[in-house]
Design a protein around this ligand. Structure first.
Ligand code: F6R
Length: 596
């Protein structure tokens, strides 16, 4: 939620910040703004709407300066508007702040400052940071940031500039990501690597309550007691191209097409030291959104292969508040692309407080979940820019399959031959995904005829039901068509009353032993006027004017979601593309949900 960037260097900060914001726009896109330390003070341009609108404003009144901060917003407190956009200034225009996060005690702080005569311009929680810092400022920005951060409750990643210290940018974070990049021509702060990758691949990952004091020439780190300390500089191996569209119409399509490569890389890299599964009697998998759906898929795999007495999948937003029954005999698996999802972080901390061992599956290196979990396995998806996840989801599945196989082997539920056979089957996935991606014409054409549906259901049984959840989520988030996923056997218990002429039921059938069952569900909806798109690994069925089908390559049932999901992703993508929607940035959403 929200992206921030800052620059202190020898070049003009304006294009560097604007280009960086373009790479961060996936984090929020309802307004954007920039503040530059100009010759006479701060020059600020803020604009409701997409970044392009801000760019237009900057063209009209050019800015220039070598120190600046920028922000792209996903509104939490205060509607999207020019005045609520960041950067925020203190009322004396001596402090400028960009903020990602939520200040929970902003009302109390605001009231305190208002009682002292300070007048607020916006409805945001973030403005209180600028006003408070300006109120506290006593000639030293570092001291001021320490004092200000100590007064804040909630989450924040902050970039702060001060009129009196024209060469300095100070950054601090708590529970929201922030990196510091270094280069020969200047130094940076950013919410995420792609924002600065064009300028440097050398970064520091800030930890909570660490402060970075940044000038053109150096970066220094301090703790909240103002003690200096050193940090390890890390080298990012992503190429600049990996964060560019590379000729594709959308990042989402590019990322779908990258799946054979990243799945292969994840298979080859997911080699880590695992906790000894035999010490646990319970497995809990928790995550949000698509990552949760990956968890639901994996429950079928863990159950089938490991036969543990208790395996649960929980939405992280529910797990964190339910006083979960977990203890030191529980392994809690957290799944998160960003590693920064607020509910998943809270679930992890709750599990740890209760003594459980935590294992995270994360894509973003150095993120909060990756760092705080007892064990972390990275997915090798590379930067995922489209808000709707595709390649990260696919790599999460791979790690989960491989974990289940390793655990099953450790529990003696799988022989060495059985383990080798399953791993060999997984190794065929990149090729089979590539096969699906080579023949998208039918899906594209079929999807182009689906834009008029009011409602599209996804059904499946067992693991096919789990992937139906993901197909449905993908469709609704980018096409805005109402959609729900149901276990095939559940239809007749209520949902079938919604099925009528203008309904499409996408039916997934990759579990051979349940094929006839799900097909009879398809028959039931067809006889009530619905059309069916059958996504299956069988050709036993004849297509009719009511039933169309997409044939998937053969694969072990447990790994079939990795193939069916690719069809479902493409289907959603082409439906949304045919509706002319903003696929990479669907309305009301943001890529990483760092607020509750
Ligand atoms: C859907 C989607 C979201 C995320 C969810 C969790 O396409 O991308 O549902 O899966 O917000 O995000 P992470 O994986 O970053 O924890």
């Amino acid at each position: 939620m929200c992206g921030i960037i800052g620059y202190a260097g020898s070049g003009n900060a304006v294009p560097i910040i604007v280009e960086g914001l373009k790479k961060l726009e996936y984090r929020g896109y309802d307004s954007a703004g920039i503040a530059i330390r100009g010759a006479a003070g701060f020059e600020v341009v803020k604009q409701k709407g997409r970044l392009a609108a801000l760019e237009g404003r900057i063209k009209d009144s050019p800015l220039k300066g070598s120190l600046g901060i920028g922000h792209t917003r996903w509104a939490t407190h205060g509607e999207p508007s020019d005045v609520n956009s960041h950067p925020h200034l203190g009322s004396g225009s001596r402090i400028a702040v960009v903020h990602n996060g939520i200040i929970e005690n902003y009302k109390q702080l605001k009231e305190r400052l208002e009682r002292r005569g300070i007048v607020f311009a916006s409805q945001t929680d973030s403005e209180v940071i600028a006003q408070l810092a300006e109120y506290y400022y006593d000639g030293n920005l570092l001291d001021t940031v320490i004092k200000t951060a100590n007064a804040l409750e909630g989450s924040y990643a902050l970039g702060i500039m001060c009129l009196e210290e024209p060469d300095t940018l100070v950054a601090v974070k708590k529970d929201n990501p922030l990196i510091v990049g270094v280069s020969d021509t200047g130094n940076f702060i950013a919410s995420d690597i792609p924002a600065i990758l064009e300028h440097t691949n050398k970064v520091y990952y800030l930890n909570d309550k660490e402060i970075a004091v940044i000038t053109e020439k150096d970066v220094r780190f301090f703790n909240m007691d103002k003690e200096p300390f050193g940090k390890e500089l890390e080298t990012i191996t992503w190429s600049v191209d990996s964060a560019e569209k590379g000729g594709f119409a959308h990042f989402m399509l590019k990322e779908i097409m990258e799946q054979p490569k990243v799945v292969k890389e994840t298979i080859n890299s997911a080699n880590i030291e695992l906790p000894d599964i035999s010490q646990f009697n319970k497995l809990v998998i928790t995550a949000c959104g698509s990552a949760y759906n990956a968890g639901v898929v994996s429950k079928y795999v863990f159950e089938r292969l490991c036969r543990l007495p208790s395996i649960e999948v929980e939405l992280a937003s529910e797990f964190r508040y339910k006083d979960a029954v977990v203890d030191d005999k529980t392994l809690v698996i957290l799944i998160s692309q960003s590693g920064e999802t607020a509910d998943t972080i809270a679930a992890m901390r709750e599990a740890k407080n209760k003594g459980a061992v935590t294992l995270s599956i994360v894509n973003v290196v150095g993120s909060t979940i990756a760092k705080e979990a007892d064990h972390t396995i990275y997915t090798a998806a590379g930067p995922e820019i489209a808000v709707a996840t595709t390649k990260a989801f696919s790599t999460q599945l791979i790690v989960l399959y491989m974990l289940a196989i390793k655990f099953a082997a450790r529990l003696n539920r799988l022989s060495p031959e059985g383990e080798a056979e399953l791993l060999a089957e997984i190794a065929t996935l990149p090729g089979k995904i590539a096969e699906i991606l080579e023949s998208v014409d039918f899906i594209q054409k079929y999807a182009s005829e689906c834009v008029g549906y009011k409602s599209i259901f996804f059904i499946g049984r067992n693991i096919d039901y789990a992937i139906a959840l993901e197909g449905s989520l993908k469709l609704k988030e980018i096409s805005y068509i109402h959609s729900e996923a149901y276990a095939g056997g559940e239809l007749k218990h209520g949902t079938i009353s919604l099925v009528e002429e203008n309904t499409l039921v996408v039916t997934i059938s990759c579990c051979k032993r349940l094929h006839s069952k799900i097909l009879s569900n398809a028959e039931q909806v067809i006889s009530r006027g619905a059309k069916v798109l059958l996504v299956a690994n069988t050709n036993e069925v004849e297509s009719t004017d009511k039933l169309s089908q997409i044939r998937l390559p053969e694969i072990h049932e447990l790994f079939s979601p990795s193939l069916s999901v690719v069809v479902l992703q493409l289907f959603s993508y082409y439906v949304a593309a045919n509706k002319g929607l903003d696929i990479d940035k669907p309305r009301n959403l943001a890529k990483s949900v760092t607020v509750e």
